[in-house]
Design a protein around this ligand. Structure first.
Ligand SMILES: [Zn+2]
Length: 260
């Protein structure tokens, strides 16, 4: 599943598509289009222009032209390709790359292309994405931003559910949330408004440290908890049998001994 770390790699790849004139927009699968939902309008506003910046907020990739912003969301299995290079070698839950699964592509006047590859058809392309509906980006999350995101209302929703709420913090998905909470020693079902000042600081330090570390290792599936996310899995810190619960509607693995 492309999480923040994967989308950041797509963003870096998309920089290879900046300042190149767009010659054509080909929509192989109109299902991926939102606002506008017709290929003709998208073509009319993009052809003859060039992207000037590739930005990211959470899992939303934004490509700016001088006049407008194109937003790309990658769903469960979306991959960005530029000049036939994929943004990631292969996602954990995604089969390999296949021409049949290209949903949308741009041809540059110089002969190259940018394409969205997505087997499960959950990725979306649209103009003027609502960037402000997203919370602060997790990669640069400050202590003050995390305090605001968690709130002080007691009990508040479960801590993990709040971290997954993209309107509160943008970019943390299921695997990253479990990894961060395991490292920080905080129980996923704990009410988010119940954390002490030192606990909020600890959580913020682990958000900021975990993301670059996993990025360097190759993605959100490279966490220390990953290999133990199965029945019989044990905590690598203390050997305790991990628990599997549903928190915030998502499968959650956690250690009942050191996560409090
Ligand atoms: Zn443990």
């Amino acid at each position: 599943v492309p999480e923040l770390l994967e989308v950041e790699r797509y963003r870096l790849l998309a920089e290879a598509g900046l300042h190149r004139e767009i010659a054509d927009v080909v929509v192989d699968d109109p299902h991926c289009l939102v606002a506008p939902s017709d290929p003709t309008t998208l073509q009319a506003v993009l052809v003859g222009r060039a992207f000037t910046a590739a930005r990211r907020r959470g899992k939303l990739l934004m490509l700016d032209t001088a006049e407008l912003t194109l937003g790309l969301r990658f769903g469960m299995t979306g991959t960005l390709m530029v000049d036939d290079r994929p943004g990631v070698d292969g996602l954990v839950y995604s089969p390999g790359l296949d021409e049949r699964w290209v949903r949308w592509r741009l041809r540059f006047a110089d002969g190259g292309a940018m394409a969205l590859h997505d087997p499960r058809r959950l990725a979306r392309v649209g103009l003027a994405p609502d960037e402000e509906a997203l919370g602060p980006d997790a990669l640069t999350l400050t202590l003050g931003q995390l305090r605001t995101a968690l709130g002080s209302r007691v009990p508040g929703p479960p801590l993990k559910a709040r971290l997954l709420d993209q309107a509160k913090v943008a970019g943390i998905g299921n695997l990253l949330a479990d990894e961060i909470l395991w490292r920080a020693g905080l129980a996923p079902g704990r009410p988010c408004g119940s954390l002490s000042g030192p606990e909020v600081s600890r959580l913020q330090r682990h958000v900021r440290a975990t993301l670059p570390q996993l990025a360097a290792r190759g993605g959100s599936h490279t966490g220390d908890l990953m290999a133990e996310r199965h029945p019989g899995g044990r905590c690598r810190r203390d050997g305790t049998a991990l628990r599997r619960d549903t928190v915030g509607g998502r499968t959650t693995w956690w250690c009942p001994a050191h996560q409090r």
